[in-house]
Write a protein that binds this ligand. Structure first.
Ligand SMILES: [Fe+2]
Ligand SMILES: [Fe+2]
Length: 383
């Protein structure tokens, strides 16, 4: 019972957005619960057997069995809920036109402070906007700016992974170029947010990065699987999704500075997604069937529903703002997110199926390219 109470508390902690640490603790507790249940069941069974051998009248076997079943169901249910919540949160970490950055499994971005260093780029015309709309645009473009900024060290980690796996120079060079693209995106987004806010804004230091370098398994096959799984979700899927969201924003945006930013982001994010597909080809070629199986499992676990576009407090700001002005300044209407997500998910699953099918038939995957999410269903790709 105590373990269940702790699990509930940790699930609440998780839902309130603060922790893969919480998720890991839930898994540990669920495992502990399973062990306690099994140990209790075995102990009761041994005591009953001993009592029977000593000629003591039997009784209570039903209660022991019930305890065992209820405990087992509780453990498995907790594990299932934890996995589901973890996956949803995993996707939610990737929504800001860039590659998501995690430290010890937790998505992180920098805090924002006043800074002249990062707000570099074209400025939007915010003069005619009311205060509520400016507040919403400041918050939403800062949301994107922080995500873009976090993508810079995220791509540094990608380059680190590729070097660790012995990837060819072409992939390493593109990973580093992607990090430079994300610096450009971050500067442009901070420039937009700064204009809406009326003062310059930029990212603060990220102390988490001093101690939080991600660790991969030392075993090569397991490392390839870990990198491939993450590349499929964070790169091939979420960066395609980011590119499509940028294109959707571009459709209704009228402010010239905003259009310039979105056009650049849409093109670069499509290229980052293509890099991800080429990393997947490398991983499959290097790791073979175990990597292909892991990718298939990962793809099957991609949910049909998109993650929430914004946090609750951001939605509150959106509700007070002028919706037409939000669209004119590049923000995608909430009703568009789900269809874009569904189209991207379908395209990604189809492309992966083709990739794995080719691998299964024994042909080399290296150098073969199929249509991306963008090219398949959602507009022009830009590789
Ligand atoms: Fe990106
Ligand atoms: Fe980006």
């Amino acid at each position: 019972m105590t373990v269940w109470v702790l699990q509930t508390g940790l699930l609440y902690y998780w839902f309130t957005d603060r922790a893969v640490v919480g998720f890991n603790a839930i898994l540990l507790l669920a495992g502990l619960q399973l062990l306690i249940t099994a140990a209790a069941g075995i102990t009761v069974k041994m005591l009953r057997t001993r009592a029977r051998l000593l000629g003591v009248p039997r009784g209570g076997d039903g209660a022991a069995l019930l305890f065992f079943i209820v405990g087992g169901i509780g453990s498995v249910t907790t594990l299932g809920i934890s996995a589901l919540v973890a996956f949803v949160a995993f996707l939610a970490a990737g929504m800001a036109h860039g590659r998501s950055l995690r430290v010890r499994g937790r998505p992180v971005t920098a805090d924002v402070h006043r800074s002249m260093e990062w707000a570099k780029g074209s400025r939007p015309n915010a003069a005619a906007l009311d205060a509520a709309t400016r507040d919403a645009l400041t918050e939403l473009w800062l949301h994107d700016a922080k995500g873009e900024h976090a993508s810079v060290p995220a791509f540094s980690q990608v380059a680190w992974d590729l070097a660790a796996l012995g990837a060819p120079p072409n992939l390493l060079a593109r990973a580093h170029k992607s990090a430079l693209d994300e610096i450009d995106h971050a500067q442009r987004c901070f420039a937009l947010a700064s204009e809406y806010a009326g003062h310059p804004l930029g990212p603060a230091a990220m102390a988490d990065l001093n101690t939080g370098m991600r660790k991969r398994p030392r075993n090569r096959e397991r490392a390839l699987i870990a990198v491939a799984r993450e590349t499929l979700l964070d790169g091939a899927f979420l960066e395609s999704y980011s590119a499509e969201l940028a294109r959707a924003g571009l459709e209704d945006a009228t402010d010239p500075a905003v259009r310039e930013v979105l056009a650049r982001i849409a093109q670069d994010e499509s290229e980052h997604a293509e890099l991800a597909w080429d990393i997947l080809v490398f991983c499959i070629d290097a790791g073979g069937a175990p990597v292909a199986r892991a990718l298939h499992e990962t793809a099957m676990a991609i949910g049909e529903l998109p993650p929430a576009p914004y946090r609750r407090e951001q939605l509150g700001l959106v509700a007070l703002a002028d919706p037409r002005a939000l669209c004119a300044h590049g923000r995608v209407g909430l009703e568009k997110w789900a269809p874009i997500y569904a189209g991207c998910r379908k395209a990604i699953l189809g492309r992966l199926e083709g990739l794995l099918g080719t691998r299964h038939n024994g042909a080399s995957l290296t150098g073969e390219r199929q249509d991306s999410c963008s090219a398949n269903t959602l507009g022009p790709a830009s590789t």
